[in-house]
Ligand binder design. Structure first.
Ligand SMILES: Cc1cc2nc3c(=O)[nH]c(=O)nc-3n(C[C@H](O)[C@H](O)[C@H](O)COP(=O)(O)O)c2cc1C
Length: 206
């Protein structure tokens, strides 16, 4: 019996998206996953907090799939965090343990190539450094942080030395991601927490 998976996709124009549209195939490959297109549900940013909190209670694994926007999330995911992860629900010291023991998986696409996300690269910092606010949000909620699945170079085309990730590569990564999530066993997930990029994950799978 797999994990009960809640899969949020957060993209303001999903229909026009290349990367996130392709990766959504992974969500569809996870048996029984609840898939939520957050911008379609809340185009006015008026989030139904009770409904979202109940969704979280009802699942074991929460996937947040989105493009990287200004080294962070699209605005609606920030709004979701601010409204849904409330004191007394998501974090103690009052009750606040509704999310305890659940797992968090970020699935992120970036325009920048992998080599830009390091010291000396034009993005200067690694993805694990830049994603720390999300990681610590996860920890404060008592959740388990799974190694993010990051797909770099999701561009409209090659840009000088920056090679765009192709549709074929995206489809292949979506297949691997779907298999990974469908087979995820939190009992040995600690082994995955040390993995930092999808390229390293891919090397393990291949
Ligand atoms: C408002 C905005 C901010 C962005 N910020 C970043 C960024 O900080 N780093 C980066 O590598 N790409 C950035 N990008 C590029 C997107 O991450 C990229 O277009 C997206 O991941 C492609 O996925 P999609 O095909 O699903 O839209 C940004 C794009 C937009 C529109």
């Amino acid at each position: 019996m797999g994990l009960k998976t809640l899969w949020y996709v957060i993209h303001e124009s999903l229909a026009a998206s290349r990367g996130n549209q392709a990766l959504l195939a992974a969500a569809r490959a996870v048996p029984g996953a609840t898939i939520v297109d957050l911008y379609a549900e809340y185009p006015d940013f008026n989030i139904d907090v009770e409904r979202e909190q109940q969704r979280l209670r009802d699942h074991d694994l929460v996937v947040f799939q989105h493009p990287f926007y200004w080294y962070s999330t699209p605005a609606l995911l920030k709004q979701w965090q601010d409204k849904v992860l409330t004191y007394g629900f998501a974090y103690p010291p009052r009750e606040g343990s509704a999310l305890h023991g659940k797992a968090w998986l970020s699935v992120v696409t970036t325009g920048g190539p992998e080599w830009s996300y390091r010291a000396g690269g034009y993005n200067n910092f690694s993805m694990s450094e830049l994603m720390r606010p999300l990681q610590q949000t996860c920890y404060l909620c008592g959740m388990r942080w799974l190694s993010p699945f990051v797909v770099h170079g999701v561009l409209g085309g090659d840009y000088g030395p920056i090679k765009a990730t192709t549709n074929e590569e995206l489809a292949g990564l979506a297949t691997k991601l779907g298999q990974y999530v469908a087979g995820l066993d939190l009992a040995d997930a600690h082994a995955l927490e040390a993995v930092t990029t999808v390229h390293e994950l891919k090397a393990r799978w291949d």
